[in-house]
Design a protein around this ligand. Structure first.
Ligand SMILES: Cc1ncc(C[n+]2csc(CCO)c2C)c(N)n1
Length: 218
């Protein structure tokens, strides 16, 4: 059992509220409304900008080159991801300037600033634990949806699912998981575990709230 599995097992209700959310179910079935997806995607772009700052903070909090490289990989993955968002938003006639001018929803503010605060107040391990549901969760969700659906060619959310189920992103998530495990082996004590579960559970709940924000907008 690696540290990620231990955190997931200790925060199962919050984790399940995130990965089995109604938004995810509807997206998989292709019944999710375009309005819900659009609100989600615009907010997710704003979310990614703040998360890029969190990964940059991870680089700043790192003393070892290997940790700086891990932060660099996370930051690069985010910048790649924003391309998907801009491409999909362009189909609705939304430009980058339009998206950047959108006001942030409470759910976006709550999640991103929570993670940034974990990084500001805590150490590198706390920041990576706060980032883990996001990075590793989307890989699990993407893979589960893609396996369930099989042939994605006519699916309304094929680009989104293919992005996170694809080899490129799966590799990023596997590397992030391994890095988290190494970091925990280096700096976690069992007394700290409960504190880390708290962070992991909170971040997972904030992910669930983020999906809910999309559903509530339609
Ligand atoms: C609400 C929300 N949670 C997670 C992700 C996924 N994600 C965020 S940053 C990143 C790249 C590596 O850090 C990935 C895959 C998202 N887009 N939106």
């Amino acid at each position: 059992m690696d540290i990620f599995d231990r955190l997931k097992a200790a925060a199962t209700p919050q984790w399940n509220s995130y990965v089995d959310h109604e938004f995810v179910r509807q997206m998989g079935e292709g019944t999710l409304s375009e309005a819900a997806f659009r609100t989600y995607l615009v907010q997710d772009y704003l979310f990614l900008i703040q998360f890029a700052r969190a990964w940059a903070l991870a680089a700043y909090k790192s003393r070892r080159p290997a940790d700086i490289r891990a932060a660099q990989a996370g930051l690069a993955a985010i910048l790649d991801e924003t391309e998907l968002h801009l491409r999909l938003c362009a189909r609705w006639g939304l430009t980058q300037a339009d998206i950047e001018a959108a006001p942030e929803h409470q759910a976006t503010v709550a999640y991103t600033r929570y993670v940034l605060d974990c990084g500001a107040a805590g150490d590198l391990l706390e920041l990576h634990v706060a980032l883990a549901p996001c990075v590793i969760g989307y890989a699990e969700i993407g893979r589960a949806l893609s396996e369930r659906i099989g042939d994605l060619s006519n699916h309304p959310y094929r680009e989104w699912i293919a992005e996170y189920a694809g080899e490129g992103y799966q590799g990023v998530a596997t590397a992030a998981r391994k890095h988290l495990d190494e970091l925990a082996a280096r700096s976690m004590t069992e007394q700290r575990f409960a504190e880390l579960v708290e962070i992991f559970g909170q971040a997972s709940s904030l992910e669930a709230d983020f999906w809910q924000m999309g559903l509530a907008s339609q």
